[in-house]
Design a protein. Structure first.
Ligand SMILES: [Zn+2]
Length: 510
């Protein structure tokens, strides 16, 4: 519009850039069926050249070459047909101004209307809108990767300066053992038949029930993944939220005890929110990142974890292994969490009367996600059982989710400023292998109803693993004989006075 005489040259320059960059994303998409994202860049830099070429060789198919040529030919054909848009100088400039308004001002309309404009927020909003398109996909992907990497490195460096646990003792020292921690996502126990839900959403765990210790009164400290795991996997808790900065993490502890440590995750890797999680995973010896999607709403089923899990279980020569499996569980959007064959709950059958017609599909998709999660967790237990390792597996969800469950039946999701019990009540189960049970007889029966917050989980884990050290508090172990019930504090620990004891919101049996 502005330079009609240069139409050809300008469109050629833009076209070459778009074509080259989109070829990269197109190639990535045809191999992985995923959008290109900063996580991909992270994975590329994390893996060595041999691994990378192995991956490409595994997925490369001959038709990709002619497909790329056809793609380029299409672009050339379109370019040859391009004609200048002949407008008067004035209309051309007005049109340019209008386009600028739509692209850059309109997205910030909310900000401008409330008269609180911040360039940082504006830049972020625009970046978010540009991100899915080439060449920004790769350019922003790279800058975000650099930013998040720097953030993660700072956290890791900080972790490296923390002195190890004092006087660590391990009653199983030197013995072969495989200890597995499966962290679920957004699964509220009220929707599991294992916990009495009317629909059979956990048939496989129900069948395993005799082998499981099913704890019925465990809650998460906070309703968000990062915030909750920052306490669950460290010594930080609601009263001392910053201890993760000065005391070793669960991952550090297991390494110190001589375990080879593995982190398998089906959660997104490099997103702005996940820097803390990636830092946790990097504290381990090996990491397997299975989800490089840019969007959270993408189909990455948790069954992704089976192959690497079995490989570590069966093929890794280490005698002592500690494996963390981080699932996507039943995270919103629920229908993305299970394959079509798990779409079992399709109508009102089994739902209480208060459910309104427009709530039915949401609850159904949540229950289907719980059903698939049951398949995933029970399969991990099954893999451990058939490998005949000596060890145990603990499964709990990072936090719950209110799926119209709390009184009033109008709340969907999680909100720390308006807490309801379903946002915090989580499943918590322990399974031990035959060999482990033979050498570690433990009667959980009298402990299953203990009211417990997962913010003290590190003490429970240490207790189960037979590890003690200076600072180990047996009163904070869910499975300890000296267990002491404490308030189940929930809320943002940034304002201590606002913390509430969830027990005040919970009826005795929930
Ligand atoms: Zn979560």
């Amino acid at each position: 519009m502005l330079f009609p005489k240069r139409t050809r040259q300008i469109s050629a320059a833009i076209g070459i850039i778009l074509c080259l960059f989109s070829l990269v994303s197109l190639g990535y998409f045809s191999i992985y069926r995923q959008e290109f994202s900063q996580s991909v860049i992270f994975i590329i830099f994390e893996s060595n050249a041999a691994e990378a070429s192995e991956y490409i060789a595994q997925y490369f198919v001959w038709w990709m070459i002619p497909a790329a040529f056809i793609y380029i030919a299409g672009a050339c054909f379109l370019w040859r047909r391009i004609r200048p848009l002949r407008l008067s100088r004035r209309s051309a400039w007005s049109l340019v101004a209008l386009i600028m308004l739509v692209l850059f001002v309109y997205p910030n309309y909310r900000q401008l209307r409330h008269l609180e404009f911040s360039t940082a927020v504006a830049a972020e909003i625009i970046e978010k809108r540009m991100e899915p398109a080439v060449p920004w996909q790769i350019i922003f992907g790279y800058t975000q990767y650099r930013k998040q990497l720097a953030g993660m490195r700072t956290l890791l460096d900080q972790n490296n300066t923390i002195p190890p646990l004092d006087k660590l003792k391990d009653t199983n020292a030197g013995l072969p053992a495989t200890l597995v921690l499966v962290i679920g996502e957004s699964t509220n126990r009220q929707h599991m038949s294992l916990y009495g839900y009317a629909r059979a959403t956990t048939p496989r765990l129900d069948a395993l029930r005799k082998e499981l210790a099913v704890f019925t009164q465990v809650v998460a400290p906070r309703p968000y993944t990062i915030e909750t795991l920052q306490q669950v996997l460290t010594f930080a808790d609601q009263e001392n939220p910053d201890l993760y900065l000065t005391r070793p993490s669960l991952m550090n502890m297991m390494k110190q005890a001589g375990y080879k440590t593995f982190w398998i995750t089906n959660q997104q890797t490099m997103t702005k929110r996940n820097t803390m999680l990636t830092n946790f995973s990097q504290q381990m010896d090996e990491q397997i990142y299975l989800n490089n999607s840019r969007a959270q709403n993408s189909r990455e089923y948790d069954s992704n974890v089976f192959v690497p899990f079995n490989k570590i279980l069966l093929n890794d020569p280490a005698e002592r292994k500690f494996i963390v499996v981080h699932l996507l569980g039943t995270h919103m959007k629920y229908d993305y969490r299970y394959p079509p064959e798990y779409e079992v709950f399709k109508n009102r059958i089994g739902l209480p009367d208060w459910v309104t017609d427009d709530q039915v599909p949401v609850i159904n998709s949540y229950d289907n996600a719980v059903l698939f999660n049951d398949f995933v967790v029970s399969s991990l237990i099954g893999a451990m059982a058939s490998s005949q390792v000596n060890g145990f597996l603990v499964y709990f969800s990072d936090h719950g989710e209110d799926v119209f469950d709390s009184p009033g039946h109008a709340i969907l999701g999680r909100n720390e400023s308006k807490p309801t019990p379903p946002m915090y009540t989580v499943p918590f189960i322990v399974w031990s292998s035959e060999k482990w049970r033979a050498t570690h007889p433990h009667n959980f029966a009298g402990q299953l109803g203990r009211r417990y917050g997962t913010s003290h989980f590190i003490h429970t884990w240490a207790d189960l693993a037979g590890i003690s050290f200076d600072g180990f508090d047996p009163g904070k172990s869910l499975v300890g004989k000296d267990f002491k019930e404490r308030p189940l504090l929930v809320g943002d620990p940034g304002s201590q006075k606002m913390l509430i004891d969830l027990r005040t919101l919970m009826p005795d049996k929930q």
